[in-house]
Design a protein around this ligand. Structure first.
Ligand code: HEC
Ligand code: HEC
Length: 322
């Protein structure tokens, strides 16, 4: 009996000490800094470059969806050119992340250099050196498009809006301490990608701009890692509009049994995008996407037809969050 008590006591003490060590390790690793080169990108005053940036920001790159708050959604859906004052809350299993103010105020990006903004978007390292959560898919944005986007951001009138700091729960703090790493480009980044209704441009939009791949592939919500075949759907996220509903992305390959694009003509695809949001609770940024050009949508459609069909039925698109 005595021996057992002794063992229990020492086990208790050991577990307690291990917990303390883990807690200290997690706490001491909350402000990790990472390094990445500053891309040689400089904002331009050329009106054609700025116009291309604007079309990207309010269209396929959907910055306007994430860098405005949800109460502005009806205006975003109409395609209004709103100031990008940030503060959109993303409620994730690791905590709540807030998108940043992108206007030229000092609470926005007024004090950041072009290189700092470019590095955040390309290498996932924030201006302050921390690893950004991989929510933005722009690591392989071409030099030309990154220049266009930053050139447009520099034209935004300053609006004061001090966005709250990200809030992490215990799980989020552990992820931040041991798992979170900045995500950089896959392969070499192009200087420029020729624009047009082509498979090549479609691939670029789908993978590096509109994030179709990022949402229509199953992912681990803690780390953002891909855990299912590309484009086969099954990524589950709670609705921002009604958190009691969980959305599940459909399979957008052309698999005859389970892929929703199998029987869609190009005309039907474009028409569906022009309709915008049909499921009220959807998290797909239909607003900005409904304003893409016919050429952009044609390019996306053409590329998706070349993707390997995967048989995978991800189940209903809407379910009750338990
Ligand atoms: C899916 C939502 C989403 C989209 C789309 C998006 N952002 Fe963000 N953005 C965020 C979130 C969330 C953060 C904060 C991330 C963090 O703190 O880890 C952020 C942070 C930033 C930052 C701050 C980086 C730093 O140094 O702190 C910049 C700059 C930025 N975004 C620019 C853009 C631009 C430009 C676009 C469009 C080309 C864009 N974002 C599209 C959600 C998004
Ligand atoms: C933020 C996540 C997200 C992004 C980014 C996203 N989707 Fe979706 N998508 C969804 C969800 C969730 C649904 C199911 C709800 C709905 O139909 O709105 C969906 C539905 C669809 C549908 C079915 C629509 C219907 O009426 O049957 C198509 C087609 C589609 N997405 C294609 C795309 C393409 C192409 C892109 C890139 C241009 C894209 N999605 C980007 C989340 C996303």
């Amino acid at each position: 009996m005595k021996a057992l008590k002794k063992i229990l006591k020492w086990t208790g003490i050991t577990v307690f000490l291990i917990l303390i060590i883990i807690t200290i390790a997690v706490a001491s690793r909350q402000n990790l800094k990472f390094d990445a080169p500053y891309p040689d990108i400089h904002a331009s005053k050329d009106t054609a470059v700025i116009a291309r940036g604007r079309d990207f920001v309010y269209g396929p790159a959907h910055c306007a969806y994430c860098h405005t708050t949800l109460d502005k959604l009806p205006q975003v859906e109409k395609g209004e050119i709103l100031p990008l004052t940030g503060g959109h809350a993303f409620i994730l299993p690791i905590g709540t992340l807030y998108s940043r103010n992108l206007t030229s105020d000092e609470t926005g990006i007024g004090k950041l250099s072009d290189g700092e903004i470019a590095r955040a978007l390309r290498f996932g390292v924030g201006h302050d050196g921390r690893a950004l959560f991989n929510l933005m898919p722009f690591n392989n944005l071409s030099d030309e498009d990154l220049t266009a986007v930053i050139s447009y951001l520099r034209t935004l009138e300053p609006v004061k809006n001090d966005v709250p700091k990200n809030e992490f729960n215990v799980m989020g703090k552990i992820v931040k301490a041991f798992m979170l790493k900045p995500v950089g480009p896959e392969g070499e980044v192009a200087k420029s990608v020729p624009v047009g209704p082509t498979v090549e441009y479609g691939k670029y939009l789908v993978m590096n701009v509109a994030n179709c791949r990022g949402c229509h592939t199953a992912r681990d919500l803690h780390t953002g890692e891909y855990i299912g075949p590309f484009y086969a759907g099954g990524f589950k996220l709670p609705s921002e509009i009604d958190p009691s509903i969980t959305l599940c992305t459909p399979n957008i390959t052309c698999d005859a049994k389970t892929g929703i694009l199998a029987n869609w003509s190009k005309e039907k695809f474009i028409e569906r995008f022009r309709q915008g949001r049909l499921i009220h609770e959807s998290i797909m940024p239909w607003g900005p996407f409904s304003h893409m050009s016919d050429d952009d949508l044609t390019a996306i459609y053409k590329f998706l037809r070349t993707v390997k069909p995967v048989e995978n039925d991800p189940g209903p698109r809407l379910s009750k969050t338990i």
